[in-house]
Design a binder for this molecule. Structure first.
Ligand code: ATR
Length: 283
């Protein structure tokens, strides 16, 4: 074997996460831990790509031998247009967070919903059957989680958003379930207790705390921020101060959705509990 072919056979398979901004993402650390745990030879990069460069960047990554990408804010809806094969759950979500490059084709999937559910139901031990759920935000992140949340058979699911039309469009998209409705932040109904409030806005990325509906929180409400940080996010601080039973950041979802992506790419599901422990996150 020549030196060159030896180098080729041991070169790590390339993966990465594309977003804008993306510097906050901890996906590289999580996938690095998965790779060490499972003995997979991969490299995983942070790729900051602006919306107008998305298509070029994805195709270039594919052309240069990249094996897979995670897709994050704000590209999850747009990237769905670039894929050759869309999974059913990604089609339902209208959003893609995982690309796999195989045989010259792009496969698009969405592991956000299953990742969130595994964290809430398995890691946190919360049952969503018959629950009242409030989701804040109506962008790509919300699209990815509504279908899986509805599969848990909640009693109601309300989508509240700054721009009412976007929340209404999403509620309409899932209207077959009969449990989804839409409103603005200042019109969230508070006649019933919410078991779960999920922050799916991207406001926290810029440190903003939008006018969340504090009256929606009761002593038994679990508040879950899809965002995560080393310091508490504005939403998680707000939720704690408003008296929520628990205020949780999305570290568990990050690890669980990443494990699903890793499984799609490598055919092996890492032990997520061990990685959560390594990240020093209490679940
Ligand atoms: P993502 O993929 O994270 O969902 P997105 O599709 O850009 O990203 O959606 C961002 C969401 O965060 C939207 O619901 C957006 O509200 P609008 O639909 O009104 O734009 C919400 N969002 C972002 N910044 C916000 C802010 N400062 N206050 C309230 N909502 C905000």
């Amino acid at each position: 074997m020549t030196d060159e072919s030896t180098a080729k056979s041991t070169a790590p398979d390339r993966y990465g996460v594309m977003g804008y901004p993306v510097s906050h993402s901890r996906s590289p650390i999580v996938h690095h831990l998965f790779a060490m745990q499972t003995g997979q030879n991969i490299q995983y990069e942070l790729l900051q790509v602006s919306p107008e460069k998305l298509e070029t960047a994805v195709r270039q990554f594919q052309r240069t031998g990249g094996k897979g990408l995670n897709i994050t804010v704000p590209h999850k809806s747009e990237v769905a247009k670039l894929v050759d094969h869309l999974s059913e759950r990604a089609a339902t979500a209208g959003a893609v967070n995982t690309l796999a490059f195989r045989g010259g084709e792009i496969h698009g999937d969405n592991t956000d919903g299953i990742g969130l559910l595994r964290d809430i139901v398995v890691n946190l031990g919360v049952s969503l059957e018959g629950a009242n759920i409030l989701v804040l935000g109506a962008g790509g992140a919300t699209r990815g989680i509504i279908g899986p949340l509805l599969e848990m058979q909640p009693k109601s699911l309300i989508i509240a958003n700054r721009t009412l039309g976007k929340a209404e469009a999403l509620a309409e998209h899932f209207s077959h379930s009969g449990t989804v409705s839409a409103c603005r932040f200042n019109a969230v109904p508070v006649d019933e207790v919410y078991n779960l409030i999920i922050n799916a806005t991207s406001a926290g990325l810029t440190g903003e705390a939008p006018p969340y509906p504090a009256a929606a929180i009761s002593k038994s409400t679990i508040c879950y921020d899809l965002s995560y940080g080393l310091k508490p996010t504005p939403f998680s601080i707000w939720a704690r101060e408003a008296g929520a039973a628990r205020s949780v950041m999305g570290w568990g979802m990050l690890v669980e959705q990443a494990a699903e992506s890793f499984n799609l790419w490598r055919g092996i599901r890492p032990d997520t509990a061990a990685v959560l422990k390594q990240l020093s996150v209490t679940v």
